[in-house]
Ligand binder design. Structure first.
Ligand code: AP5
Ligand code: MG
Length: 217
């Protein structure tokens, strides 16, 4: 089977992480989320975490050089040899170019870029009700996707948290930053003929089915 190397692109709250966890398990490829890696570093209080924290809490982007280094290190681990799912990376044209250089070195190609889209009001509703597992990175929603037991992760039993950057002021800033710095990647990957747009306004299962259709041979 051909190695599956995917990029999940789309605005904050659209459901990238939710679909990524499912798809990565289905295809047995690692789910590489720069957001999850950064939050783990912040929680551990590492040097990297200390540098990243201010940008994340304010809803801005962490500088390209830091994020590019994180991804290069992650892709060098043996579990990425048979494919991977990049969730939330690249997020700037600079990161996309750096990824292209890394891929050329590894003699690899991206199989597909899935662009998840939904209107702002849907994104804001999803982000404001989100609860996240700090340990296994499963996502829940207080209304649409509640855990079986309130406040507890179904998968690993950890206490769920509300992300600091999901507070209303920061959400607006993140949507703004997405439009200014990330949205141009949609055109970039469309020009490369790699883009599939996934209407993400429906339920988790409907969006999941659209993902499978987009990846069908
Ligand atoms: P990151 O963690 O990547 O956050 P994001 O892109 O803002 O996206 P989210 O994780 O908020 O949303 P999602 O699309 O994964 O949605 P989810 O599945 O959770 O980045 C965080 C920060 O880290 C950035 O702001 C930046 O500072 C830094 N960073 C990360 N990567 C970087 C990079 N490459 N460069 C620079 N800085 C970087 O779903 C959201 C909610 O909706 C959940 O509650 C879920 O249960 C619910 N939901 C999902 N799907 C559905 C559905 N179909 N119907 C109803 N509810 C749904
Ligand atoms: Mg996410």
């Amino acid at each position: 089977m051909m190695a599956l190397r995917l990029i999940f692109l789309g605005p904050p709250g659209v459901g990238k992480g939710t679909q990524a966890v499912r798809l990565a398990a289905l295809h047995r490829i690692p789910h590489v989320s720069t957001g999850d890696i950064l939050r783990t570093e912040v929680a551990a209080g590492s040097d990297l975490g200390k540098k990243a924290r201010q940008f994340m809490d304010q809803g801005g982007l962490v500088p390209d050089d830091l994020v590019v280094a994180i991804v290069a290190r992650r892709l060098a681990l043996p579990d990425c040899e048979a494919g991977y799912l990049l969730d939330g990376f690249p997020r700037t044209l600079g990161q996309a170019k750096a990824l292209e250089a890394t891929l050329a070195q590894r003699k690899e190609n991206i199989s597909r870029v899935l662009y998840f889209s939904a209107p702002d009001d849907v994104l804001i509703r999803r982000l404001s009700g989100r609860r996240a597992c700090p340990k296994c990175h499963a996502n829940y929603h207080v209304e649409t996707l509640p855990p079986k037991q309130a406040g507890t992760c179904d998968r690993c039993g950890s206490a769920l948290i509300q992300r600091k950057d999901d507070l209303p002021g920061t959400v607006r800033q993140r949507l703004d930053v997405y439009k200014k710095q990330t949205e141009e990647l949609v055109r970039h990957y469309a020009a490369e003929k790699l883009l599939s747009e996934i209407d993400s306004t429906g339920t988790v299962d409907l969006v999941g089915a659209a993902v499978e259709r987009a990846l069908a041979p």
